[in-house]
Design a protein around this ligand. Structure first.
Ligand code: FES
Ligand code: FE
Length: 449
C-alpha cells in the first residue's frame, strides 16, 4: 500500500496524526499543495489605488501584490532578482518604485527593473535589464477576491472553485455593491501545524459548544436567541455541510444566527431583514437565507471564514507552526456605525486575543504539543461522524452534503490533501463535476450532482 493511502483513509474517516508533524511531509506539502493551489492574496478593497501594495506569502514564499495603473492587480515574488534578498519589507503602502536595501536595484510597480547603480561604468552598460524584472505570479479573481498560483498548468480559478462558488457568493457577493475588508490585518503566530488551524474552521462546527461553551454563555446571557448549533435546536432541520473540491461550507439557513452573540443583535437583524429582498433578488432562494446565518467554511487549503466573526488566511511556517492573518469583512452597504461595531466585535471574539480565539488556540496548540514524541504520531484521528449518511445528489445544494454537525467537510479536505500530495502534476488532480457555470447559471443537462 502506498504510504499516502495509509495516511488518509477518507472512506473510513481516519487520518494518521503523522501528517500534522512529519517534516518530510511538510516539505512535500509546500511543493505539491502550496506550489500549485490558488492561494488568496488580497481583496479589491485592500488595494483601492494604483501603486497600492501589500506583502504576503504563498506557502512560505514571500509575495508582493500591487495595484497597477490600468486597474489590474499583479503579484510578484517579493525577492530582489540580483542576489535574492527580500525586496519590500513593509506590510502595505503605496509606491511607484521598490528599491532593494542591499545593492540598490530598483523595480517599478509593474515589476520591471528600472534602475541599477553603476549600470554604465561598473556593468559597462551591458546589463540586460529587461531580463531581470521581478518574477511574475499568475493572478485571477472571483467577486473581488484575488488569488495567485505558481503553477502554469493549474486549471482556472473558476474550475478550482467549481460549484463551491455557488456558496461563496452568499458571503462575498450577497447583494450588488459586494463587501469590503476593514480594520487592517490582525496577525498571530500559532505553535501548531497549518492543517490544525485550517480544519478548525473549514469543518469544525462540532467544537463550538464544548470549546466555546462558556464564551457562548457569556455573550448570549439573558437572551433566548439560538446560535443555531445547539442540540435539539429548532433550526437543526435546516442545516448543511457541503464539500466541493476540498472546500468546505457549514451553515444554517435561518438568516439570523450570525448575530446571536452580538452585544446588541437588534440593529443587525433590522439591517438583514431590510436587505433580505435584495439578497433574494440577487442570490435567489434558498441561498439568500445563508446571509446572516451562522456559517463556517473555507477554501482548500488555507483561506477561511466565519462571517460576522473572522476572515483569515493561514500561512504555514514549518511542520509545527503557522501564522493567522485576520480581517473584518462587511457588506459595503452596511451603516458606518455597524461597520465600526463589527471591527470591535471581531477583535473581541476571534481576534488575536479574542475570547473565542483563545479557546481555540489552546486546543490547536495542544494537538501539536501532543505530537512532539513518536508514539502518538502512529495513531489515527477520528473523522467518521456522519460517514455513509452524505448525499451526492441533493436537488438544491451542490457538492457532497450532510447535516451541519458532521465530519463531511473534514473528509473532503483530507481527501483533497491526499489527491494533491499524490499527484505528479495537475493532470492527475480531479475536479468535481459541475452543476453551475462560472457565473452560477445552472447547467441544463446536469440537474443532479
Ligand atoms: Fe538586491 Fe543586490 S540583492 S540589489
Ligand atoms: Fe472555535
Amino acid at each position: 500500500m502506498d504510504k499516502l493511502d495509509d495516511l488518509v483513509r477518507a472512506d473510513e474517516g481516519l487520518v494518521r496524526r503523522e501528517i500534522f508533524a512529519d517534516p518530510a511531509l511538510y516539505r512535500q506539502e509546500l511543493e505539491r499543495i502550496f506550489d500549485r493551489s490558488w492561494l488568496f492574496l488580497a481583496h479589491d478593497t485592500q488595494l483601492p489605488n494604483p501603486g497600492d501594495f501589500l506583502t504576503t506569502f504563498m506557502g512560505e514564499d514571500p509575495v508582493l501584490v500591487i495595484r497597477q495603473v490600468d486597474g489590474s492587480v499583479a503579484a510578484f515574488l517579493n525577492v530582489c532578482t540580483h542576489r535574492g534578498t527580500l525586496l519590500c519589507l513593509a506590510e502595505e503602502g503605496n509606491a511607484k518604485h521598490f528599491t532593494c536595501t542591499y545593492h540598490g536595484w530598483t523595480f517599478g510597480a509593474d515589476g520591471a527593473l528600472v534602475d541599477v547603480p553603476r549600470e554604465g561604468d561598473a556593468y559597462y552598460g551591458e546589463l540586460d535589464k529587461a531580463s531581470w524584472g521581478l518574477k511574475s505570479i499568475r493572478v485571477e479573481s472571483y467577486k473581488g477576491l484575488y488569488f495567485g498560483n505558481f503553477d502554469p498548468a493549474a486549471p482556472t480559478l473558476s474550475d478550482f472553485l467549481g460549484d463551491f462558488a455557488w456558496y461563496l457568493d452568499a458571503v462575498f457577493d450577497p447583494q450588488p455593491g459586494g463587501v469590503e475588508f476593514l480594520g487592517g490585518t490582525m496577525r498571530m503566530t500559532l505553535r501548531c501545524n497549518w492543517k490544525i488551524a485550517a480544519e478548525n474552521i473549514i469543518s469544525d462546527t462540532y467544537h463550538v459548544l464544548a470549546a466555546h461553551g462558556l464564551s457562548v454563555q457569556i455573550c448570549s446571557a439573558g437572551r433566548d436567541m439560538q446560535i443555531g448549533v445547539e442540540e435539539g435546536s429548532d433550526l437543526q432541520g435546516q442545516t448543511l455541510s457541503a464539500t466541493v473540491n476540498g472546500h468546505g461550507w457549514n451553515a444554517n439557513l435561518d438568516g439570523q444566527g450570525q448575530y446571536s452573540l452580538f452585544y446588541d443583535p437588534e440593529p443587525w437583524l433590522k439591517f438583514a431583514n431590510a436587505s433580505r429582498p435584495r439578497y433574494i433578488e440577487h442570490l435567489g432562494e434558498p441561498r439568500a437565507w445563508f446571509v446572516g446565518s451562522s456559517i463556517d467554511g473555507g477554501l482548500f487549503p488555507t483561506f477561511m471564514f466565519v462571517p460576522g466573526f473572522t476572515f483569515r488566511i493561514i500561512h504555514p511556517k514549518g511542520p509545527d507552526e503557522c501564522e493567522l492573518w485576520m480581517w473584518t469583512v462587511v457588506e459595503k452597504n452596511l451603516p458606518d456605525e455597524l461597520k465600526r461595531e463589527m471591527v470591535r466585535f471581531n477583535a473581541r471574539m476571534l481576534g488575536t486575543s479574542g475570547m473565542f480565539e483563545t479557546d481555540d488556540c489552546n486546543n490547536m496548540e495542544n494537538m501539536s504539543k501532543a505530537l512532539r514524541g513518536v508514539a502518538n504520531r502512529k495513531f489515527d484521528s477520528h473523522y467518521a461522524m456522519g460517514l455513509g449518511h452524505e448525499r451526492h445528489d441533493d436537488p438544491t445544494f451542490p457538492g457532497r452534503v450532510d447535516q451541519r454537525i458532521s465530519d463531511n467537510c473534514f473528509r473532503g479536505f483530507y481527501q483533497r490533501w491526499q489527491e494533491f500530495m499524490r499527484a505528479e502534476s495537475w493532470a492527475q488532480i480531479p475536479l468535481a463535476p459541475r452543476r453551475f457555470t462560472g457565473d452560477n447559471t445552472p447547467l441544463r443537462e446536469a440537474s443532479h450532482g
